[in-house]
Design a protein around this ligand. Structure first.
Ligand code: MLT
Length: 264
């Protein structure tokens, strides 16, 4: 992976292929490693780009207080560096929060949005409190507690042992400081619900049928609130739908990118 400097810290990224840009934004508490397969499958037709947000994967935690907007700014700074004016943004869960923050900040740089297993609303007061409790536990006990607490919600009951191990490994590579900062950033994220009807770029909403964190009913609601959206459910997939049903995920993504929005 290559790196660039964003606000005094190295942010790691990778790009493959050429053509219209497609940027992959990772979930919490994983890293851009979750998009390895999609980087390969989209780079035949597109310039596929993925990055580790500060504190995840190979990127060190940020110096400044973290916000979802900071991840959005880091992503846009990477695109500036790569001289990419506009791109399609594929965000899963926390990555979807970042995609919506990028759209809020720079709608002209968003050619399309692919929102996977995510939501547009902010946290309830109870959810915020829960995040703070988890952040403190991560700071005292390490990121391992996230794997123990989150795995049953991130994956469906039918997930393979291989995927389970892959997710555990990605979580173990996150820094405790970065994960705690991200929990506090998610707690304070903006609510984009009211903006949804005004988003004018093409959008695709993807959701695993077994996703218990952002269930299909919620994702359908998200798709309905968007002006120009397609909605696809991925049979049998849990929250990390691209890892659990990669073929169906890639098929829906490529169909949308090739036929719908970004002819290569
Ligand atoms: C994620 O998968 O990124 C998280 O479930 C997002 C969240 O905790 O809201």
């Amino acid at each position: 992976m290559a790196h660039f400097t964003f606000e005094d810290r190295e942010v790691f990224y990778e790009e493959q292929g050429s053509g219209p840009a497609v940027v992959f934004l990772h979930a919490f508490p994983l890293s851009s490693a979750m998009w390895a397969r999609q980087l390969a499958s989209t780079s035949a037709n597109f310039r596929a780009i993925r990055l580790d947000f500060p504190g995840f994967g190979q990127s060190k935690p940020a110096a400044a207080p973290v916000s979802i907007e900071l991840y959005a700014r880091a992503t846009l700074a990477l695109l500036d560096k790569l001289e990419v004016r506009a791109a399609a943004f594929v965000g899963l869960s926390m990555g979807g929060y970042v995609a919506l923050a990028i759209h809020a900040r720079a709608p002209d740089r968003v050619a399309a949005l692919i929102l996977c297993d995510t939501r547009a609303n902010g946290d309830s007061p109870e959810a915020r409190q829960g995040r703070e409790t988890t952040a403190q536990a991560v700071e005292t006990q390490g990121v391992q507690i996230l794997a123990e607490r989150m795995l049953p919600n991130l994956l469906s009951k039918g997930a393979s042992e291989q995927v389970r191990r892959q997710v555990e490994q990605m979580i173990s590579q996150s820094s405790a400081q970065g994960a705690a900062a991200a929990l506090r950033a998610m707690a304070l994220r903006s609510d984009h619900t009211r903006v949804l009807p005004r988003i004018s770029c093409p959008t695709l909403v993807l959701c695993g049928t077994q996703d218990i964190l952002t269930p299909p009913a919620e994702s359908k609601g998200l798709a309905n609130a968007l002006r120009q959206s397609s909605y696809v459910e991925l049979e049998g997939a849990g929250h990390l739908s691209n890892l659990e049903q990669p073929q169906a995920f890639d098929q829906a993504l490529l169909k949308f990118l090739l036929e719908g929005v970004l002819p290569a």
